[in-house]
Design a protein around this ligand. Structure first.
Ligand SMILES: *Cc1c(COP(=O)(O)O)cnc(C)c1O
Length: 433
């Protein structure tokens, strides 16, 4: 939008018009002084459920009922065949790659724009993460670039449903089935998100969720693997239970496979069951607020709200992401913009750094162990092969609001947009800092 058009739009929108007054970063009045909604939300429902577990003395999976009940109810909520609760989202992903037999010498396609756990679980298998560049408009793995990254070593594709929007599953699932490569959905940010009316996490061979404290469904820590495949579910169960199958008694020390202890506790399951009574309503509030906020931010020059693919029939809005174009802000850099915005009482994060350039990942890939597993030439070419220029750009332009801010009121959204509009209209002042 040109500056003239913006002034017209701003005049039509009282929210954006209130953008005069000195910037708070330069000593003016902040747009907002109150804090945003607190998280987590809980009441007597959680208290009662926790006390019930406490007093039962059945605190672990195996003797209690809460974990089983949670798995059943979460499966119903998603329309999934099987759900396995795990200790956290990282262990849901870790369990998935183990159940699918991803191991040393394999390559796994991953996005560079994600939480680091998506990559760590590949490295824990001594497999090679191969990065697929990002679609800058959607912040998702660029499905058009997946096919070109596949080799005869590719053992899995892990699209991440960033922010609870959806990766382009039409493309990615088609490539997966054509090339016979399993797709693991990292749905750790995507509770109740949908692709063509089906719940995210239920479309791949497995889908993985996180219930870590910041997530839209929260038990402090927690996670789940979702699958419609009976055999894969048995392998996941075995892996998360130190190799012991579902039906063994506590005195039976025979093992169906290797594994680890990645079980959820009864206390966490009790909290999840309680939090699930709120999750649909909260998701609707976030959706409504996100839609309204987008309608406001679209009018501000230099602010580009995230675009979701047409197939994404519902986003979880775990984050509200947008891109910042400094040219429309008198050349003020993104971090200065974020500081000015925070001073107005609206905090945003600058988001992830590019994981394909992360030194610890490169060190791991070039380590002694990896050199024993992979041909030297393959490892030498890894760095170059993993250049993700679009993602590099995105990491410099991105900004996010958290899901808890999206739980607020319409007037909270007005203030968020008002603060950005104020900074935009006086961006020239920032340059003097
Ligand atoms: C949170 C998250 C994870 C890891 O989940 P934890 O429960 O923190 O282990 C993995 N991937 C993504 C995209 C996440 O956001």
């Amino acid at each position: 939008m040109k500056r003239r058009e913006f002034i017209v739009a701003a005049a039509a929108s009282p929210v954006l018009a209130k953008s005069n007054g000195r910037l708070a970063l330069l000593g003016g009045e902040p747009v907002r002084k109150e804090s945003f909604p607190s998280w987590p939300r809980f009441d007597a429902v959680e208290e009662k459920a926790l006390l019930e577990v406490l007093r039962s003395g059945k605190w672990g999976r195996g003797n209690g009922k809460m974990v089983d009940e949670f798995e059943k109810r979460y499966a119903e909520l998603l329309g999934a065949r099987h759900v396995l609760a795990t200790a956290n989202g990282t262990s849901a992903l870790f369990t998935s790659v183990n159940a699918l037999g991803v191991g040393p010498g394999d390559e796994v396609l991953v996005p560079p724009y994600t939480f680091v756990a998506t990559i760590n679980i590949v490295l824990l298998q001594h497999a090679l993460p191969v990065f697929v560049d990002t679609d800058i408009e959607t912040f998702q793995m660029d499905a058009r670039k997946v096919d070109g990254k596949i080799t005869d070593r590719t053992a899995a594709i892990i699209p991440v449903h960033m922010a609870g929007g959806a990766a382009d599953l039409d493309h990615i699932l088609r490539i997966g089935s054509e090339r016979k490569i399993p797709v693991i959905e990292d749905a750790c940010q995507a509770h109740l998100g949908e692709w063509r009316k089906r719940k995210l996490g239920t479309l791949g061979v497995t889908g993985c969720f996180s219930f870590q404290a910041s997530k839209n469904l929260n038990s402090g820590e927690g996670g789940a693997v979702v699958t419609s495949n009976d055999e894969i579910m048995e392998r996941c169960y075995g892996f998360h239970n130190n190799g012991r199958g579902r039906k063994v008694s506590s005195s039976d020390f025979s093992y169906r496979q290797g594994g680890a202890n990645l079980r959820l506790t009864e206390f966490q399951a009790a909290i999840l069951l309680s939090q699930m009574t709120r999750v649909e309503r909260q998701s609707r509030v976030r959706e409504e607020n996100a839609r309204y906020l987008t309608s406001l931010l679209e009018k501000i020059p230099g602010i580009k709200p995230v675009r979701n693919y047409e197939g994404c029939t519902r986003s979880a809005w775990h984050l509200y992401m947008f891109r910042y174009d400094k040219e429309a802000f008198a050349g003020a850099g993104r971090d200065l913009f974020l500081r000015a915005l925070a001073a107005e009482g609206v905090r945003a994060s600058g988001g992830y750094s590019p994981l394909n350039k992360e030194p610890f990942i490169k060190e791991t890939v070039l380590s002694k162990g990896y050199r024993r597993i992979f041909p030297a030439k393959l490892l030498e070419e890894w760095v170059e092969r993993n250049a993700c220029p679009e993602n590099d750009k995105l990491c410099q332009q991105a900004a996010w609001f958290t899901q808890t801010m999206m739980l607020g009121t319409r007037s909270d959204m007005d203030q968020i947009a008002g603060a950005i509009a104020k900074v935009q209209s006086q961006a020239g002042e920032l340059r003097k800092l």
